[in-house]
Design a protein around this ligand. Structure first.
Ligand code: AMP
Length: 231
């Protein structure tokens, strides 16, 4: 954990907003390691339900495969329950939730009941053509979902995870029409969130079209700034 992580993460509630391929999950992984915050990814929570073949997983599967938004009655409870757990007390880093205005409002109400509120919504901005290129090159490892990109961060050995040696695979929704559909949904449904958080003076936009470490430094700076200025 970084030197002043302890101070930074106290009650920190951060949302990462970004289209698929913006590097949001890569940054979330790095930040949660550095700051010891609880990283909650709605996509990961849903994929776990599908893998464990729960009834929620069965309902969510068809939406995931199509690249469509999973309805709030299926997803809402999973995320809200997760952020209420003990390990989220010191700080939450939300990756992929909220994705609609309705979800943002539900989240605000839920946090309010917990005596918390969002400190910063960080938007990773990346041009659409670059998003498409990155998504078509994205691979994950079977064992731990470590992320690679054939164009920007390839593994040392093709098809094999550098960290745990497991096989790399491409997500079904990173292929074909699903990619276009997911981006379309992002620009239509999720972009309005920017105004929602801008009005609350919580939005920070970061150029996500830079190398991973530079984006990371910019995001860290935004989080530090939030706490220097008292949120
Ligand atoms: P992600 O891993 O964040 O790209 O999410 C993968 C898929 O999970 C999305 O394409 C949606 O089908 C579903 N999903 C994740 N987060 C949400 C959300 N906040 N609202 C609705 N569906 C979601």
């Amino acid at each position: 954990m970084e030197k002043d992580a302890e101070e930074l993460r106290k009650d920190a509630n951060i949302i990462l907003i970004g289209a698929q391929g913006s590097g949001k999950s890569t940054q979330a992984e790095k930040l949660s390691l550095a700051l010891g915050m609880c990283c909650v990814s709605s996509g990961d929570l849903l994929r776990e339900e599908v893998d464990e073949q729960t009834s929620l997983g069965f309902k969510a599967k068809e939406y995931l495969e199509k690249g469509a938004l999973v309805p709030d009655e299926i997803l809402g409870a999973i995320v809200l329950e997760r952020i209420t757990q003990q390990d989220c007390l010191p700080g939450i880093l939300l990756d992929g939730f909220p994705r609609t205005l309705a979800q943002a409002r539900t989240l605000d109400r839920h946090l309010q009941r917990l005596g918390r509120s969002i400190d910063r919504a960080i938007y990773l901005e990346v041009p659409r053509a670059e998003l498409l290129r990155r998504l078509s090159g994205r691979y994950l490892c079977r064992a731990n979902q470590h992320i690679y990109n054939m164009y920007t961060s390839p593994p040392k050995k093709p098809g094999i995870c550098d960290i745990d040696g497991s096989e790399l695979y491409q997500r079904a929704d990173d292929k074909g029409e699903s990619v276009q559909k997911r981006l379309e949904i992002f620009f239509q449904e999720t972009l309005p969130l920017l105004n929602y958080y801008r009005k609350q003076q919580k939005l920070v936009t970061i150029n996500g079209y830079q190398d991973i470490d530079q984006v990371y430094m910019d995001v860290m700076h935004a989080i530090r700034d939030a706490f220097r200025t008292g949120g």
